[in-house]
Design a binder for this molecule. Sequence first.
Ligand code: GTP
Ligand code: MG
Length: 411
Amino acid sequence: MGDLGLKYGFWGFGLGGTSIANACANIRMNVKNNMQPYTALLVNTNEVDMNKIPHCSTATKYILRGFEKGAARDIQVGEEAFLTHKEDLISKVQQLFSDRDFIFLVVGLGGGTGTGAVIEAARVLHANGFKGRFGLVLTLPRDQEGKVVLDNAIRRLQLIAKAMKGLGSILLVDNQQLFEDYLQKNSKGNVEDFLKSTNEYIAELLHDINMVTSNYNPTGPYHFDISEWLKMLQTSGIIMIGKTVLYESDVDAENQGTYLALMKQSIEKGVLSGGYKLENADRCALSLLASPAGAKRMFTLGMINTLEKQMMEYAPYANERPVATYGDKAINQLHIYSVFAGLSLPKRVLDIVESSKKLVRTVEATDEALTMLQSYNISDGSEVDDLEALLNSNERTEPATKNSDDPFSNL
Ligand SMILES: Nc1nc2c(ncn2[C@@H]2O[C@H](COP(=O)(O)OP(=O)(O)OP(=O)(O)O)[C@@H](O)[C@H]2O)c(=O)[nH]1
Ligand SMILES: [Mg+2]
């Protein structure tokens, strides 16, 4: 591990997954060796899409031959393509990732290739030396992408939610939230530019946190180090990252109004996705980074105490809630990073289900009533129960294994 943080590997699938993984492999550092610290394996069915991914010396491209036309949003085809090449992919993974500390499996949920492959790819990592050393980066689709995409994402989330305990952390990239933010600042931009900037942002964020944990001088008694970042990444459940950058001259340690509200906003919104119930967090940490003079001035007992109390309020049941401070010559603004791990799915997942429901053509009223009646799960109406209902309804729609001639076999 050493000074350069965790050695990440990125295994991307499909257009979204390979684009993000390639952006991560493209990260460069200003050092003699290890200039490009990360490694990627890019896997896609569609050769045209693969050719669009710019060359990067630390990324290896792998086409799922026999499926070059793509999976056309069909999860089954994506899964089959993966399984056809599974043995070959296992040896690629072992070859490319043997020196890696942590692997991110990266997939844009909603398509056929990535969404179809993600569970099988997780199985491969689990069974081939990366058990407990991999996590997932999943994008969540925008409402406008249509019912097939939304439903593909829902299908995979249903499985992932059930398997969560066996997976490492899952970082969700909410394309809807990011798109709305992007639109506000770039109303003349296009979707391609939006995706490119999102992908670079994900790459920089994961790299930044890696650097904070390994590269800067701690000024307080607590140091959120690489092994703790690794523990966070290994915590099953959703992982959330918050970030805000403030001018040091705007921050007055004795006046919490100058920093607390902005920090809270950055945590509640999250940078890649928000809308979490933070009280479910198993672990969380806050890292504050400033110039050496800024660190000396700002990071007072009073300020740290205020921040610790705030973290306690957010995540009362978390195992640890470290607030770490750093001062470094390379920094000239106050950077506040927050990480919460072990969370349950965010509200956006419920919104995706709602959006998909709205896209069902309302046929005859009788059909609609029947569908509603059959799928309605009587509950006390709380949000968690809605999610439970979603997961349970999946079980109920699985093919009946009993005698299909028997009209009562499904009951
Ligand atoms: N953040 C981000 N999301 C993306 C990007 N490209 C696609 N997505 C998202 O990922 C979802 C899946 O799209 P793709 O990755 O193109 O799908 P695929 O896995 O290639 O599947 P098929 O093309 O159907 O075989 C889309 O619905 C988008 O929401 C990207 O570059 N960045
Ligand atoms: Mg594709």
